[in-house]
Write a protein that binds this ligand. Structure first.
Ligand code: G3P
Ligand code: CA
Length: 385
C-alpha cells in the first residue's frame, strides 16, 4: 500500500502580520531546525570523543542531545522545500539523469520532474507529450523538426534513438539557459531510473514532485488523466516510493484521480494565468476545462479552488502570487510552493512572504539565499548519472 505522507513542517522567514498559530509554528520549526543543524557537529563530536572528554553525566547528556539533534535534522531541514526544477535545468539538460544527479549533488529536498507514458506503458521523464524539437536530436545528429511524434506513439526502445542532451543552438531556449551544460549521449530517462539514481546516491530523504502532463486541450497526445494516474501510481507502488512523492498537475482531473486511487499521496495544484497557458480561465463564461469542475466564479480565488478540490499544496506561477494570496492559502491550510523562481531578488521576496518552498532551475542559487538567511539546507549527496 502507498504510505501516508505527513505534511512537512512549514518554514519561511516572513514576519507574520497576524500572530496566528501556524505562523508561530513555522518560526519555531525554523529556529529548531537552525539550532539542530548548528548543534549537530559539536554534539556529534562530543559523542565520538566520549572516551576523551567530560565526566560520565556530561557524556550521557551529550550523547542524548547529539542523537536528538541528528534525528531532528533531516525532518526539520526539509521544512522548507527546495525543489530542483526538471532536476537543475539551469545547469544540466532538463529532466535527464545528469540534471537529477546535479540537483542531488548540490542538495535539494525535492526533485521536480514531468512525466509521459510510452506506447509500451513505461513512465518516462519528459516535459513534452511530443518530442521537443528544441532539445531532441535523431540518430543523424540533427535536431528534429515539428511536427514530432508523441511519446505515447513510441516504445521505450524507440525513444532511446533520441538524444536530449543538447539545446538547439540559436533557439529561444538556448538564450534562456546559457549555463546549461551541453551533452551528448543523453536519453530520456524512465522514472524508475530516477528513483534508482537517488538510491545509488544513498539519498533516502529526497522527495519527488511528479507532474502528470495531460491536457484537456490535447487529449489525443496522452492517455486520459485517470488512466495516466493509474499507470503512474502502479509504478510508484512497485518502487515503494509512496511516502516520498507528491503528484502535481495543471490538469486537476488527474489529481482528482490520484486522490481517489491513492488518498495518502499529497496532490499539488498547479495554476497559470498566462496567455501561453491559462488553466484557471477566470474570465471565461464557460469556466475551465482543466479544473475538474471547480470553477473560479464559484470560489472567488485560486487558493479557495485548490481547497475545494481537496489539494494539499498550491503551486502557482510565481509572477501571479502576492503576500495576500500566500496568507489566504495558509489560512486555508494549504502549503504554497511557487514555480519557477531563478533570480535571487524574487527568491528573497517570496521567502519574505512566507512561501513553503520554491521550485527553481538553479538550486545552487536558492541554497545561497537560504544560507544567507541562516535557514537550514537539505543535505547534498554526490551522484553520478
Ligand atoms: O512544477 C511546476 C512547473 O514545473 C510547471 O511548469 O511547464 O515547467 O512543467 P512546467
Ligand atoms: Ca513541471
Amino acid at each position: 500500500m502507498i504510505d501516508i505522507v505527513p505534511p512537512a513542517v512549514i518554514g519561511s522567514n516572513a514576519q507574520p502580520k497576524r500572530c496566528d498559530r501556524r505562523a508561530l509554528f513555522r518560526r519555531a520549526a525554523r529556529l529548531l531546525a537552525a539550532a539542530a543543524l548548528a548543534l549537530t557537529p559539536a554534539l556529534a563530536s562530543a559523542f565520538d570523543l566520549e572516551g576523551h572528554r567530560g565526566g560520565l553525566p556530561l557524556r550521557r547528556a551529550a550523547r542524548l542531545l547529539a542523537a536528538a539533534a541528528l534525528a531532528l535534522t533531516p525532518a526539520l531541514a526539509s521544512a522548507f522545500d527546495l525543489e530542483g526544477h526538471r532536476g537543475a535545468r539551469g545547469l544540466a539538460p532538463e529532466n535527464t539523469l545528469p540534471a537529477f544527479a546535479a540537483a542531488l549533488s548540490i542538495g535539494v529536498s525535492t526533485l521536480e520532474l514531468d512525466t509521459a507514458i510510452t506506447k509500451d506503458g513505461v513512465v518516462v521523464v519528459s516535459h513534452d507529450a511530443r518530442l521537443n524539437p528544441d532539445i531532441t536530436r535523431g540518430t543523424d545528429g540533427r535536431w528534429l523538426s515539428a511536427p514530432t511524434r508523441a511519446v505515447r506513439e513510441l516504445t521505450l526502445d524507440e525513444l532511446e534513438h533520441y538524444d536530449v542532451g543538447r539545446i538547439k543552438p540559436g533557439s529561444d531556449y538556448s538564450y534562456r539557459f546559457p549555463d546549461q551544460k551541453r551533452m551528448d549521449g543523453v536519453y530520456m530517462p524512465t522514472l524508475a531510473q530516477v528513483f534508482a539514481l537517488a538510491r545509488r546516491a544513498g539519498n533516502r530523504e529526497v522527495r519527488f514532485n511528479i507532474e502528470i502532463k495531460t491536457s484537456p486541450k490535447k487529449p489525443a497526445d496522452t492517455l486520459a488523466p485517470e488512466d495516466f494516474a493509474k499507470v503512474l501510481l502502479t509504478l510508484i507502488e512497485r518502487e515503494r516510493m509512496g511516502s516520498r512523492v507528491i503528484i502535481e498537475s495543471f490538469d486537476w482531473r488527474a489529481l482528482k484521480a490520484v486522490q481517489t486511487l491513492a488518498p495518502s499521496i499529497p496532490t499539488s495544484y498547479l495554476s497559470s494565468q498566462q496567455r501561453s497557458l491559462d488553466n484557471i480561465a477566470a474570465d471565461e463564461p464557460g469556466g475551465s476545462a482543466w479544473t475538474a469542475g471547480v470553477q473560479f466564479r464559484d470560489q472567488g480565488s485560486i487558493p479557495k479552488m485548490v481547497k475545494a478540490a481537496g489539494g494539499a499544496i498550491w503551486s502557482p506561477d510565481f509572477r501571479e502570487l502576492s503576500a495576500e494570496l500566500v496568507t489566504q492559502a495558509h489560512e486555508l491550510g494549504l502549503r504554497v510552493i511557487p514555480w519557477t523562481v531563478n533570480k535571487t531578488v524574487d527568491m528573497v521576496r517570496l521567502l519574505d512572504w512566507g512561501v513553503d518552498g520554491l521550485i527553481t532551475d538553479r538550486p545552487d542559487v536558492l541554497r545561497e539565499v537560504l544560507a544567507e538567511k541562516k535557514l537550514p539546507l537539505p543535505k547534498a549527496t554526490p551522484a553520478t548519472p
